[in-house]
Design a protein around this ligand. Structure first.
Ligand code: GDP
Ligand code: MG
Length: 441
């Protein structure tokens, strides 16, 4: 799947201390192939890759993130961008009822979505009503009635026995009924055809003119891939729509439609449907979809936290000292506090691909232990922190007494500090860059 491909492309970068132009080009080539295989429309792929490449090459050297993390961050931000950026809320009418019209091909999931949307609206404290304006197929009205019953929402339908009613008339009358019965939202289900068809477009446009919807949602089956774009363009030109509802995301392993539709039509995705049950429905959040596509939820959270917790200047200074073997206990303490600001240490260490040289040294410590380490270092004089070599027997006993620990704990800490310093100096030499990053290969 797209997610697997992207994950593997990006994890190939992991452990690189620095990315060359060739690395970035190769990565972008892989991402491009992954997107095309996922059926993302070519113009969308092109502009996406262009953006990622430009940003990756121009990226400033970050103190908080290693190069692989930076590329993940850029790809994620660009994904969110093509998915629409911010979550788009439903437009509600100032004077109820709010009218929502659903349009789309037959089988795209309109009737199912009508029920889901109505149920969701009711859950939000609205008093929705469903409207059966699909009078094309014999069973369409009954199907909506069943859905409405399940959702616990009333359905407005033409009276039976009058032959085939006029969908435009049904839609128009439904607004009066909503006003009378005080339904604040009306969801109109319309007819679709298997292919794009002029008569269907005209009917949808007539309904639109009759009810002046606040939102016209183009309902599209995510599984149709590239065709989603063609269909979306036809509906945009024939009926016009203000938003998109993506359905059958549960069956879409590729993600192409989600990534193309927004960019190609210029209209936001409002809702996502991912199953046959009424509950399989949610507001569409571009950022969540992006991290689902990237399949790196944990890593993305971590990147955010690392950036927030990290004091770049401090890190730079520490990095320089590590390279020259001059790291002090004061630095050790500061770095430890920076890592701690990222959250509970237990959560972090497991998923940390390279958030600091202190990782290995800290890996053996639990939270309680860290408190004691902090106490010990605080119990030292500035001179001792700056030049730990002078911490000999009598000083150790004094520090232990002052910070309420045993002498062997002080010994432990000092030993571990020297070990860590040596190890970090070696690592800094090996990766040719002393800063944060690199991490385990
Ligand atoms: P309409 O012709 O546009 O009204 O489409 P329907 O609502 O009748 O849906 C067509 C078929 O797709 C039905 O069998 C639905 O159960 C199914 N369906 C609708 N939405 C989803 C979805 O999100 N996931 C899955 N797996 N099936 C869906
Ligand atoms: Mg239907």
């Amino acid at each position: 799947t797209l997610s697997d491909r992207l994950t593997s492309v990006l994890s190939n970068l992991r452990g690189k201390g620095r990315l060359s132009e060739a690395d970035i080009d190769a990565t972008c080539r892989e991402i491009r192939i992954a997107l095309l295989e996922a059926d993302v429309a070519l113009p969308v792929v092109r502009s996406f890759i262009g953006q990622v490449k430009q940003r990756a090459k121009g990226a400033e050297v970050s103190q908080a993130l290693n190069p692989a993390q930076q590329v993940v961050k850029i790809v994620n931000e660009e994904l969110i961008g093509i998915l629409g950026g911010e979550t788009r809320r439903l437009n509600l009418a100032k004077n109820p009822p709010t009218v929502i019209m659903l349009a789309g091909l037959q089988g795209s999931g309109k009737t199912t979505l009508a029920g889901k949307l109505a149920r969701w609206l009711a859950g939000q404290g609205h008093t929705p009503m469903l409207v059966a304006a699909d009078l094309q197929r014999p069973n369409a009205v009954t199907q909506l009635q069943v859905v409405g019953e399940r959702a616990g929402v009333p359905v407005f339908a033409p009276e039976p026995g009058n032959g085939v009613g006029d969908p435009v008339d049904v839609a128009r009358r439904s607004i009066d009924e909503a006003r009378r019965a005080q339904h604040d939202v009306v969801v109109i289900d319309t007819a679709g055809r298997l292919g794009i068809d002029e008569e269907m477009m005209r009917q949808a446009a007539d309904i639109r003119d009759a009810v002046q919807p606040n939102e016209t949602l183009f309902v599209v089956d995510a599984m149709i891939g590239q065709d989603a774009v063609t269909t979306a363009e036809a509906f945009r030109d024939g009926v016009g729509f203000t938003g998109v509802a993506l359905t059958k995301l549960d069956g879409d392993a590729r993600g192409g439609a989600a990534l193309s539709v927004r960019q190609v039509t210029g209209q936001p995705i409002l809702f996502a449907s991912n199953g046959e049950k009424l509950e399989d429905f949610d507001v569409f959040h571009p950022d969540r979809m992006a991290s689902r596509i990237l399949g790196m939820g944990d890593l993305l959270t971590l990147i955010e936290q690392a950036e927030q917790a990290f004091d770049a200047k401090q890190a730079e200074e520490a990095a320089a000292k590590i390279g020259s073997g001059e790291l002090t206990l004061e630095d050790f303490l500061e770095q430890m506090l920076a890592v701690r600001r990222m959250g509970p240490i237990g959560n972090l260490l497991g998923m940390l691909p390279g958030a600091g040289q202190m990782k290995d040294a800290l890996a053996q410590l639990d939270e309680k232990h860290l408190d004691r380490v902090q106490a010990i270092i605080r119990g030292m004089t500035p001179q001792e922190r700056a030049d730990p070599k002078i911490i000999k027997g009598s000083r150790r006993a004094r520090i232990a007494r002052g910070s309420g620990v045993s002498v062997s704990e002080v010994n432990d800490l000092v030993d571990r500090f020297f070990e860590a310093r040596k190890m970090m100096q070696q690592m800094a030499g090996r990766f040719g860059m002393p800063g944060v990053g690199g991490g385990r290969r």
